[in-house]
Design a binder for this molecule. Structure first.
Ligand SMILES: Cc1cc2nc3c(=O)[nH]c(=O)nc-3n(C[C@H](O)[C@H](O)[C@H](O)COP(=O)(O)OP(=O)(O)OC[C@H]3O[C@@H](n4cnc5c(N)ncnc54)[C@H](O)[C@@H]3O)c2cc1C
Length: 264
């Protein structure tokens, strides 16, 4: 059976949730659905479980303009980002538009009918369904969820210890008192090394080419000051010559709640 929606989105990560918000706001008459291949939303922030996982950018940049990041830490840890995504999806009813366990396998455009035909695998039942849509919005991220980039390392099969890819880190990875080598020097390694060093006997970062890193505090003092002294959103805006105060009202409501007092 075929199901038609105006807009079909693929992926319920930070992009899909953001896209859904803007679609609802600017095109409220359009029907849409988000197909998510995994059983939960959040994408990257749900998938990665390695110790110390956090954002590389400050959350004022990575977060949504329509839902300012209010946590004190500008560089946030993974669980806080995931909670932010879940709350955002729930606050705007986007969670009700997500269909989980539906992996998009194929999409074909028909100029004659001006629509996409999208083949979808229902992961749990291993059955296929078909959607049609006028607009296909692919928010599927940029890496392979099944197997992250794994370079071939000759001789690795002779290594007697455990080899772990950060994308497949599970809670049972035990590195207490062990000697650990982290291969690579990018953002993941920079996050992992100090965290592993807390419990491992020794940690070595193995790098082919150096990465230059500037150490800055997770809290942004300028943002902290601005949050203390400015409202979450501009207090007044002009619409067609008339000034309206709705944004100010939502700001004062936010300021009344202790958990959102520091809205950025
Ligand atoms: C540890 C880590 C830290 C990062 N930190 C930052 C940062 O600080 N700043 C920054 O800008 N970026 C950062 N990134 C990059 C980050 O992945 C992106 O910025 C952002 O999370 C991507 O969001 P997304 O929604 O586009 O994709 P994803 O988070 O990858 O979400 C894509 C979603 O689409 C689903 N999907 C994929 N294919 C299909 C399919 N065929 N059918 C159905 N569903 C599908 C996936 O299951 C997933 O839920 C980081 C990445 C990692 C791994």
């Amino acid at each position: 059976m075929e199901r038609h929606v105006d807009v079909l989105m693929v992926g319920a990560g930070i992009s899909g949730i953001g896209a859904a918000y803007h679609l609802q706001k600017h095109c409220p008459g359009r029907s849409y659905v988000i197909l998510e291949g995994r059983p939960r939303l959040g994408g990257t922030w749900d998938l990665f479980q390695y110790p110390g996982i956090r954002s590389d950018s400050d959350m004022y940049t990575l977060g949504y303009s329509f839902r300012p990041w209010t946590h004190p830490k500008a560089i946030a840890d993974g669980p806080a980002i995931l909670a932010y995504l879940r709350d955002t999806a729930e606050a705007y009813g986007i969670d009700r538009k997500i269909e989980y366990g539906r992996r998009v396998e194929r999409a074909a455009w028909s100029s004659e009918h001006a629509r996409w035909t999208v083949d979808v695998l229902e992961v749990e039942t291993d059955t296929r369904t078909r959607y049609t849509c006028n607009f296909l919005f692919v928010c599927a991220g940029y890496y392979d969820y099944e197997s992250g980039h794994t370079p071939e390392i000759p001789g690795l099969e002779r290594f007697a210890g455990r080899v772990v890819h950060p994308q497949h880190w599970t809670k049972d990875v035990d590195y207490d008192g062990k000697r650990v080598v982290v291969i690579g020097s990018g953002a993941t390694a920079v996050t992992l090394v100090p965290e592993l060093a807390k419990r491992a006997a020794h940690v070595t970062m193995l790098q082919r080419s150096p990465t230059y890193v500037v150490s800055i505090p997770a809290r942004d003092v300028v943002a902290d000051w601005l949050r203390e002294h400015l409202p979450a959103r501009p207090p007044m805006r002009s619409r067609g010559g008339r000034t309206c105060c709705s944004a100010w009202r939502s700001t004062t409501t936010a300021a009344a709640s202790p958990s959102t007092r520091r809205a950025g």
